[in-house]
Ligand binder design. Structure first.
Ligand code: PFF
Length: 465
């Protein structure tokens, strides 16, 4: 890595420590990392069940529209701020604000994003642990002959066991911490270049298997026939919220990853590729899951239990179910791990740069704090399930705080900063959208449509209309 390659494309106000930071070796490496971040529990666990609950095709269309007008503009913005600021999200926002002559308090948007990612990881690791726990269960044939009731009981027994939950959650955290401790090239890039192709191959195998069930057509109709009568106002808001989560927005991840992006890469093109890959995986996950659901006469609108309660019933009934079950949960665990890495990196980069401590020390400190916090989520499914604040358990509160409050507010602040504080010319140059009309369209969407869209979700989730 040459110092020149870092200096080009960053702004004058960027911290001088930036020269000591790592960089992705190529645009492809960034693409893998950002796609790894985006593709996670959101795509394989959440997208299929919210599509199932919201009636299928019409919901998918609305979701795609949200990705286009909210997700992609914000994704480009975050990557751009990271690359121009060449620092952790807080440092990058501070550098951008300084260069634009704006208040230094804008840096708080970066701080909030880092904090959001940290909080999400504390519960994301626990849920990822469920996938790790289900892979050996599938291998040991525990799904054989499951009925709706016994499958629910199996899942309930896992949730009721704090030691098991904490054990698997800890395992996910340790893997994540280990990879991040090794650094951008040796840890993140190296592991992602193995994990991402593995994830993709597993997904294709599963879709291939699903195509042999004879119910693939039904799944296609379910996902792509748009019946708007099934779409409620609430569904639109769910789609909007999910666009944020699935593209890893407003949690520091994309800004941190953008800060390692070599100069000269088109942010616009790469961001679109990431969004397309993320959406492609979500749709493929649907095509892997729904044929099994239909083939086994199960309920597509089963909600959050779709993967952990409904699918095991299918795995227990179908030919090769034991093998397919293992592959499925291993794939889910890999997808979650590559997202967890991106949730950890912003905090570690921030601690390292802000307090000038080594990466290992930053990883250990963050790991300890995360682990303690993750126990709150573990206990909220069992010993603490009765303790609620405004009717929400510890886990529900964290989920609500991050997904419904911090993400929309942080995202809103970031688009307003870019659209109304930074100069049009500097944004155009940084993004690399050469075509003037295309940039003009993007700029107007960013200034008006994106913030208004976010505001609508936010106000609704606050119950204000
Ligand atoms: N995008 C991930 C998913 O769909 O599972 C979740 C996520 C990762 C959210 C990283 C936020 C983030 F910073």
């Amino acid at each position: 890595m040459s110092q020149d390659s870092i200096a080009v494309g960053s702004i004058a106000g960027a911290p001088s420590s930036s020269t000591a930071r790592g960089l992705w070796s190529s645009r492809w490496a960034f693409f893998l990392a950002a796609t790894g971040s985006a593709v996670g529990l959101g795509n394989i666990w959440k997208f299929p069940y919210i599509t199932g609950e919201n009636g299928g095709g019409a919901f998918v269309l609305v979701y795609l529209a949200c990705i286009l007008v909210i997700g992609i503009p914000l994704l480009m913005t975050e990557v751009m701020i990271g690359r121009r600021g060449r620092a952790n999200p807080e440092g990058a926002m501070a550098a951008m604000a300084k260069a634009a002559g704006a208040s230094r308090h804008w840096r708080l948007l970066g701080s909030v994003a880092i904090f959001t990612g940290f909080l999400i990881l504390s519960f994301y690791a626990v849920i990822a642990g469920w996938a790790l726990a289900y892979a050996p269960a599938a291998a040991l044939g525990e799904f054989a002959g499951l009925t709706g009731e016994s499958s629910g009981a199996l899942f309930g027994a896992m949730l009721g066991d704090p030691v098991k939950l904490a054990g698997f959650g800890t395992l996910v955290l340790l893997l994540t911490l280990g990879i991040v401790a090794l650094g951008v090239r040796e840890g993140l890039e190296r592991s992602l270049s193995l994990l991402m192709p593995g994830l993709f191959v597993l997904l294709l195998v599963l879709v291939g298997y699903a195509a042999t069930t004879g119910h693939f057509g039904e799944a296609l109709h379910f996902l792509f026939d748009a019946d708007f009568s099934k779409l409620s106002g609430q569904s639109v808001l769910v789609a909007l919220g999910h666009a944020f989560f699935t593209l890893s927005l407003a949690s520091g991840a994309m800004m941190a990853y953008g800060s390692y992006l070599p100069a000269g890469t088109s942010i616009a093109k790469t961001a679109i590729m990431v969004a397309v890959a993320d959406t492609g995986v979500a749709l493929l996950a649907g095509l892997a899951i729904f044929p099994l659901v239909f083939a086994n006469g199960l309920e597509p609108g089963a909600g959050p239990g779709l993967i952990f309660v409904t699918l095991p019933i299918a795995f227990g009934q179908m030919p090769f179910g034991q093998l397919i079950g293992v592959l499925f949960f291993v794939m889910l665990a890999i997808a979650a791990l590559t997202s967890a890495i991106s949730l950890l990196e912003p905090t570690v980069a921030w601690l390292g740069e802000r307090f000038a401590i080594g990466r290992l020390k930053a990883v250990l400190l963050t790991g300890l704090a995360l682990w303690l916090l993750s126990l709150g989520t573990v206990l909220s499914f069992n010993a603490w399930s009765e303790y609620t604040l405004f009717g929400k358990t510890f886990f529900d509160s964290l989920d609500y705080l991050t997904t419904n409050l911090l993400m929309p507010l942080g995202g809103l602040g970031t688009v307003l900063f870019t659209g109304w504080v930074l100069s049009r010319a500097s944004v155009q140059e940084a993004l690399g959208i050469g075509q003037p009309q295309l940039f003009q369209l993007w700029w107007q969407v960013l200034r008006w449509v994106t913030p208004l869209g976010i505001l609508v979700v936010f106000l609704h989730s606050m119950g204000l209309f």
